[in-house]
Design a protein around this ligand. Structure first.
Ligand SMILES: C[S@@+](CC[C@H](N)C(=O)[O-])C[C@H]1O[C@@H](n2cnc3c(N)ncnc32)[C@H](O)[C@@H]1O
Length: 202
């Protein structure tokens, strides 16, 4: 097993190579991100983290949901992804942090919600890392684990089959979240959308 620093280097190298054309690869994703953010149920003035924000594709929708009085933070480990976010002007919608979401520089219970798109499969220790996300969210706050493509469609695109032990399979994800301080409240896995919503237990 790789140690943490090797894992970070691997993630950074993987996404650094993809940062420049990340947005142009899937130019039609905007509305599905906006719809996923809408399902998170944010309110005016809320404080929300986009965990593994990448080029910040969700930041404009997150800012629109919380308004000028809210707080939007985008955290990512890969400088090239954050630089692409700045080039796209998305730093106007949220504060960008070069940070590891497995050890966040944020106070406990300081947020109302976390949005994580395309994140969970990159986490080195999902149970522990989801617990870290729970730490920074107040009880009753929410988590969205989103992907703009469902598990079966993604597997087909990558030329593999989905397996029952996939982290995002509901029978795996539900207890994983429960053990990390989250209660799964909604689960959708269609070709055009994967969205798991959870509430932070008290
Ligand atoms: C598949 S991309 C998704 C980017 C963005 N959320 C989107 O939907 O376009 C995964 C992102 O997570 C980031 N990431 C992976 N592990 C991370 C970690 N431990 N801390 C912060 N960011 C991480 C990567 O750098 C990458 O930008």
């Amino acid at each position: 097993m790789r140690n943490m620093s090797d894992h970070h280097t691997h993630v950074q190298e993987f996404f650094a190579a993809r940062a420049a054309d990340w947005d142009s690869r899937f130019p039609d994703d905007g509305p599905v991100y906006a719809a996923a953010v809408a399902d998170l149920g944010l309110r005016e003035g809320d404080r929300v983290l986009d965990a593994g924000c990448g080029t910040g594709r969700a930041l404009t929708s997150l800012r629109a949901a919380v308004g000028a009085s809210g707080v939007v933070v985008g955290a990512d480990l890969t400088p090239d992804m954050l630089q692409a976010a700045v080039r796209a002007g998305r730093d106007r919608d949220g504060r960008l942090l070069l940070a590891d979401v497995t050890a966040l520089p944020l106070r406990s219970r300081s947020l109302d919600a976390v949005f994580g798109a395309g994140l969970i499969s990159h986490l080195p220790d999902p149970a522990e890392n989801l617990r870290e996300l729970a730490r920074v969210v107040r009880p009753g706050g929410t988590l969205a684990l989103f992907h703009p493509i469902g598990r079966a469609a993604l597997a087909a695109r990558q030329g593999r089959r989905i397996t029952p032990d996939d982290l995002r399979a509901e029978p795996v994800l539900r207890p994983l979240l429960a053990g990390s301080g989250w209660r799964l409240t909604s689960y959708v896995d269609r070709d055009d959308r994967f969205l798991a919503l959870a509430v932070r237990e008290g």
